[in-house]
Design a protein around this ligand. Sequence first.
Ligand SMILES: NC(=O)C1=CN([C@@H]2O[C@H](COP(=O)(O)OP(=O)(O)OC[C@H]3O[C@@H](n4cnc5c(N)ncnc54)[C@H](OP(=O)(O)O)[C@@H]3O)[C@@H](O)[C@H]2O)C=CC1
Ligand SMILES: CC(=O)N[C@@H](CCC(=O)OP(=O)(O)O)C(=O)O
Length: 343
Amino acid sequence: MTLRVAVSGASGYAGGEVLRLLTSHPEVEIGSITAHSNAGQTLGSLQPHLHTLADRVLEPTDVEVLRGHDVVFLALPHGASAEIAAELSDDTLVIDAGADHRLESTPMWEKFYDSPHAGTWPYGLPELPGRREELVGAKRIAVPGCYPTGSLLGLAPGFTDGVLEADDIVIVAASGTSGAGKALKPHLLGSEAMGSMSPYGVGGTHRHTPEIVQGLSWAAGRDVSLSFTPTLAPMPRGILTTATAKFKPGLSVANIRAAWENAYAQEQFVHLLPEGQWPSTKSVLGSNHVVMQVAVDETAGRVVVVAAVDNLTKGTAGGAVQSMNIALGLAEETGLTGQGVAP
Ligand SMILES: NC(=O)C1=CN([C@@H]2O[C@H](COP(=O)(O)OP(=O)(O)OC[C@H]3O[C@@H](n4cnc5c(N)ncnc54)[C@H](OP(=O)(O)O)[C@@H]3O)[C@@H](O)[C@H]2O)C=CC1
Ligand SMILES: CC(=O)N[C@@H](CCC(=O)OP(=O)(O)O)C(=O)O
């Protein structure tokens, strides 16, 4: 099978990473690649690491250009994808890296995005209980936000197995600057971001809060209560998530750890490290793996999970390609690597 695949937003970070992965995908032929202000430029002038596509010219992002492909990846700012997706054929697999179709709750969408809700698509995080089944044969897929990937995979086993209490979850995550996209933003200037860490979206205001609550509620089968704080770290890519929740009384450390061991024993892209080893963002750069460790703080009565993910690979483009493979009945790992880049 050769799939003709279009990538919109190809001049940006997420679209560039989708292209990097698709060029190694044996079933894919790259069709149209599109941009907005950079339409007309060569890809090589904007994504110099994508050597084999350097001469390709970016077309404008419009429906006429994107029509006629088997798969269309949308890597556009929030709000830009819903209109385009609505015009594409129901037979085309549309995979949206943006937020437009991630949330089930219209009130939550309106509160955090302050715009009309476009609807809800199957959620492209196959390792979250119940999600893989929804992706099989899907024609529309919403890729998770980068913070939710590590947060949800970090804590979900504890809720699925009934190990964790649902009323006091605390997550603090540090993201590299590419999480904010390529467009110029003053707080991302090297002189502002390098050599410093700073929080933002504090106090339950970050738009990934309802997305993490939604995914953990699916796992727990009930509402959960979450405090989420993102921070900006002076590195180009990667997210380190520290997530804690109280565990239920009477459980041994071995019982608790078994929930994560069992959840991920068969998952090729989620790796629970041997006891005593800790994840680092560097170890997952360019890889589709989430690497995590679970500790039990018996004094505090809390489980502490630390998870590392590459925000652009498993956190966006890798998860998107993995979801495409599932939707189309291909082996889930096709075109993906679990190996990082070192040093
Ligand atoms: N960066 C990350 O880690 C993650 C990003 N995402 C999501 O992926 C999407 C893309 O993010 P990212 O690549 O980081 O952002 P970038 O700013 O790096 O890229 C944005 C892309 O969208 C294009 N674009 C800008 N404005 C418009 C518009 N009005 N209409 C159509 N296209 C437009 C840009 O084209 P041009 O350059 O020509 O102006 C560019 O190709 C976003 O929805 C983001 O939330 C999801 C998870 C993680
Ligand atoms: C460091 C940084 O700024 N990160 C982005 C998250 C990017 C992302 O994954 O989010 P969406 O796809 O939901 O936009 C932010 O906090 O807004």
